[in-house]
Design a protein around this ligand. Structure first.
Ligand code: FA5
Length: 341
């Protein structure tokens, strides 16, 4: 039996030291010490031995058990260390790696233009007013001296919601709404906002675009004040060397009316931007029509004023040299990221 036990010990040590993982080692532990394990079987046989043999064999089995348990423990520790190292390697985290930067947002180029224009007028004492985009026919047309059947309604291809409500075709209705609110105080407002027209989308037209309206109403306001304010704005926005030109025009809500041109960067040499004219049209304006003042219950004998309105997209196109209005709405990151501050 001693020889048998020695053979078992030799084989068990070989197997234990050859184990390559903790589960393999556990299997070997069961093979030798489990309920039906090799060493366990020998312990059970002790009862069948004679009284002289029993202590001798019992001692041999105990020695074998102690030895194998020691070898199992040592191998178990070795494997645990190797496995832990492998786990660390697998899960290694480089805490010094620079993180992924979230992409920073920035204002849309149209917002940049609106902000810049608004700031210029705030500096001249104007304040910002707003009005609804879904507007009553009364404010969009009637109160601005554009009665039903007036040919000027055709200039604005409108999107009606009901017979009486439409998506505003310009920011001018805010003139009336603000005058109603502030009456009889003076008015000095700038109105940035979105407007809607049944225009087909092309390089210079969009069915949804932005305008900035201006309105100043007080006593003794003249056409000269309009020219002065617009000249300050244009030189600040386009450059100190720019000239301003007023051409006669027509709007039902201003009298007299004018279209305002700014001299081109080519300084009259003629270029593609100004179509070789040396001038670029940027806004419509005029003295507030007495009928419009009266509609908002300002006495035209006492009060006078001026108003102007400009298309933000067209001004942004001039400022940034953009040749197609559609770039503003397509949200192409390659385009938008050029306006990152
Ligand atoms: C008006 O809308 C007047 N309310 C402006 C005004 C206000 C005049 C106060 C006098 C006093 P007009 O229809 O011309 O005017 O439009 C003003 C500007 O909006 C145009 O000069 C142009 O720059 C811009 N615009 C007009 N239609 C479109 C469009 N479909 N897409 C982009 N911009 C447009």
């Amino acid at each position: 039996m001693q020889a048998e036990l020695s053979a078992i010990q030799e084989q068990a040590i070989q197997e234990i030291q050859g184990a390559t993982s903790s589960p393999d080692l556990e299997e070997l532990r069961l093979k030798y010490f489990g309920k039906k394990g090799v060493v366990t079987q020998y312990s059970r046989k002790l009862g069948t031995l004679s009284a002289e043999e029993r202590p001798v064999v019992g001692k041999m089995i105990n020695t074998l058990r102690d030895h194998l348990e020691e070898v199992l423990k040592t191998r178990g520790q070795e494997l645990a260390r190797v496995e832990e190292e492998a786990k660390f390697e697998r899960e290694r985290l480089d805490v010094e790696l620079p993180g992924r930067q979230p992409r920073r947002g920035h204002p849309h180029p149209l917002q940049l233009i609106i902000q810049e224009i608004t700031m210029t007028f705030l500096g001249m004492g104007f304040s910002v007013a707003e009005g609804p985009e879904v507007e009553l026919d009364f404010y969009n047309f009637e109160a601005l001296n554009i009665p039903a059947e007036h040919p000027a309604r055709e200039m604005h291809d409108s999107l009606y919601i009901t017979e009486n409500t439409l998506l505003r075709t310009h920011t001018s209705p805010v003139q009336i709404r603000t005058m109603e609110k502030l009456n009889p105080n003076p008015v000095r407002i700038i109105v940035p906002g979105r407007v809607y027209r049944r225009d087909a989308l092309d390089a210079t037209h969009s069915p949804i675009f932005h305008q900035i309206e201006g309105l100043l109403v007080d006593k003794d306001i003249t056409f000269g004040d309009l020219k002065g304010v617009l000249t300050v704005f244009i030189r600040k926005f386009f450059g100190a060397d720019r000239e301003v030109r007023l051409r006669p025009s027509f709007f039902p809500f201003t009298e007299p009316s004018t279209e305002v041109d700014v001299s081109c960067v080519c300084q009259g040499q003629g270029c593609r931007i100004c179509k070789n004219t040396g001038w670029i049209e940027i806004l419509g304006a005029g003295s507030v029509h007495p009928k419009v003042l009266a509609m908002a219950k300002y006495d035209p004998e006492v009060y006078s004023g001026f108003a102007f309105g400009m298309g933000v997209e067209r001004i942004a196109m001039l400022r940034y040299g953009i040749t197609d209005i559609r770039h503003f709405y397509e949200n192409d990151f390659r385009f938008l990221s050029q306006f990152c501050l």
